[in-house]
Write a protein that binds this ligand. Sequence first.
Ligand code: SF4
Length: 247
Amino acid sequence: MSTSAVLESTQVAEPPVIARTLGAELVAAAERLEGAHPADVLSWAFSRFGGRIAIATGFGAEGMALIDIAARVLVRPRVFFIDTGFLFEETYELRRRIEDRYGIEIEAVDPAMTPESQADAFGDRLWSIDPDLCCRIRKTDPLRDRLSDLDAWVTAIRRDQTRFRATARAVEWDLRWGLVKVNPLASWTRTEIWSHILENKVPYNPLHDKGFPSIGCTHCTRAVAEGEDERAGRWAGRTKTECGLHG
Ligand code: SF4
């Protein structure tokens, strides 16, 4: 595989200098780590990027499996989440349970606007009028600011979740945000995630047992019916399937 093959996997313009510098190394790492156990991917990433890498979590099942594996590789890995201010109470409670279990502090990254100031500026229900703008204010802008202080971030995405995620590699250059993106669970299936959670008694969001396979903000998440796509409960009734964090 050539350097350009990795860069093309996330397409777009001329990559920045740092991407070109890292290109050959990322290609080699991506090839070597394709299909590797997530612990091996994390072990490489943590030793390569030291204090300049952090795990982003949305507290989904994948994220909980990822933190559990990361905590076996590195004592107290850095973890952060984007606190939109609209998360389920069960999600905030899960944060506390994860912090207790692994002895870590999960950093909350806040949007510049509070829910109240957003309502003053754009009305009470921006998420139903313009969810892209709402996601930009409450998710992608805060993420961009947080990532600007890192050389690499770790995500819990799986290739089989959406078509946008289908080309994700274990290690790749993130053209959108301008840093290395590590996806240790890229090749895992939903079944493998849940096997890991149940076998290791990893804490997870109780909403998963109530028909919520994917959990985001309260305003934009509903339970799904049997046979529906696992992300059908996110922005239901709209074509939107991603909040912009991963493409
Ligand atoms: S998921 Fe919904 S409520 Fe949350 S930031 Fe996006 S549009 Fe707003």
